[in-house]
Design a protein around this ligand. Structure first.
Ligand code: ZN
Length: 438
């Protein structure tokens, strides 16, 4: 049976099938050494482009984007630290986190004391490789488990970072699904972290599957998906698309959306935007634990979308909060840390949020003087089972509050009923000419 709307599509999701499929995409992207520019990012976007229609953009280095400049492009082929006996004690081929991202090229012999300031470890998590970057300051370095550093003897080491930092491009991918309205819902994720799963790949993979699913149903809003390098990518997009940004009515930044923790929603700067209310409503009715946090000018690309010159209604949906789980920005944010079941639940939850956005409107009761007689219209027995009482209550709430000033989401909140029940009641009343669009 062909799926005809978002709610049906959401209901038809099979977590046993979709979770492993999302996880499989993460597994394919995991070994690629991404950065804010370069071939790893291109390769990642090319892979996403096999799943959804993705337009690739290349913005030249040196392009001025508001107060920032698109940096030179970074690419890396290999990197190692070799002991005098010829053993590669640190090797980029084993893990791409071993090299500080954006390291400038280096070749030479040096003692441990000379090398030491360029070695980064986590003494409190001695078995993990940290993730370090140096995008805007020329530097180089290696990252390694602290235990490994402690075992490094005094020696004359051969150091090699075979990288290039040259004029090139910043790459990003964009996918627009056109709906009936030119107003847009933005879904944004960063795709600039190397082998890190929850922080970056979970967002990339869930966004890909979201776009794939939304493309199968008719939509009220247009949906714009951005796969961008963090910070500089959103600044670049906003700078090149200032007019288009005005069409963004609602938006979500997706990050850290694949671990086993409860959902965390960070509100938009506005704090009471429709997207904020919709996400909170869906999480509240999901029955599982969740946390809502207020906006702060720190985090991912919501910082840019919510800068005062734009102040877009864009929140950030996560499971565990970035920066607050021990695996964050370390080699422990790996394939085992992201869970197929959690990924499937994230996808389903976001589809539910979008179903609210798609159907949230205000109506006017066409029979506002006392209650209309529902019985004679057959509205007291349209649905069987235990849902009858709930649906009847929903109809009474919708009829009473539909004076044009309350949206269906407002009515759901005030009645304590789920948006889905309120929406079904409104559709039924509309079919019986008891409601008109406000
Ligand atoms: Zn990060």
């Amino acid at each position: 049976m062909p799926t005809t709307d978002l709610a049906q599509l959401r209901a038809a999701l099979d977590p046993q099938a979709i979770g492993p499929a999302i996880h499989a995409l993460i597994r394919e992207l995991y070994p690629i050494c991404r950065s804010i520019t370069g071939d790893g990012l291109r390769q990642t976007l090319a892979r996403v482009g096999k799943e959804i229609p993705l337009e690739m953009h290349e913005v030249p280095s040196g392009t001025q984007v508001f107060d920032w400049t698109v940096p030179r492009e970074w690419n890396i082929r290999e990197a190692y630290v070799k002991s005098s006996s010829g053993e590669r004690v640190i090797d980029f081929r084993r893990h791409n986190l071993h090299v500080m991202n954006y390291s400038v090229p280096v070749r030479g012999q040096m003692s441990l004391a000379q090398l030491r300031p360029h070695l980064h470890t986590l003494p409190d998590q001695p078995d993990l490789i940290p993730y370090r970057t140096s995008y805007y300051k020329e530097d180089w370095g290696f990252c390694l488990p602290h235990r490994q550093l402690e075992e490094m003897a005094e020696d004359e080491y051969e150091v090699c970072i075979d990288s290039t930092l040259q004029d090139g491009h910043l790459t990003y991918g964009e996918c627009l699904l056109k709906g009936a309205s030119a107003q847009e819902v933005l879904v944004s994720c960063h795709a600039c972290h190397p082998s890190l799963c929850n922080d970056n790949l979970s967002g990339v993979a869930v966004a890909t599957f979201l776009a794939q699913h939304l493309s199968q149903v008719p939509l009220r809003y247009s949906y714009r998906f951005l796969f961008i390098p963090g910070t500089i990518g959103s600044i670049t997009w906003l700078s090149l698309n200032e007019d288009r940004a005005r069409a963004i009515a609602h938006g979500l930044v997706l990050t850290c959306i694949g671990d086993r923790g409860n959902f965390t929603y960070k509100k938009s700067r506005r704090g009471n935007a429709e997207i904020d209310l919709a996400v909170e409503h869906i999480l509240k009715h999901s029955g599982s634990g969740h946390t809502t946090v207020e906006f702060s000018p720190y985090g991912y690309d919501e910082r840019q979308y919510c800068s005062p010159g734009f102040n877009l209604a864009v929140g950030c949906l996560m499971r565990s909060h970035h920066g607050q789980f021990p695996q964050y920005h370390t080699s422990a944010d790996d394939l085992g840390f992201v869970d197929p079941g959690a990924l499937a639940e994230s996808l389903a939850t976001i589809l539910s949020v979008f179903d609210v956005l798609e159907h949230n409107r205000s109506y006017v009761n066409r029979n506002p003087k006392c209650e209309p007689q529902l019985g004679k219209r057959g509205l007291y027995s349209v649905m069987g089972g235990n849902n009858i009482k709930q649906l009847e209550m929903a109809m009474l709430w919708v009829l009473n509050l539909s004076d044009g000033s309350f949206s269906l989401l407002d009515i759901a909140e005030r009645s304590g009923l789920s948006f889905e029940v309120i929406k079904n009641a409104a559709e039924m009343l509309f079919r019986h000419d008891l409601l008109a669009p406000a």
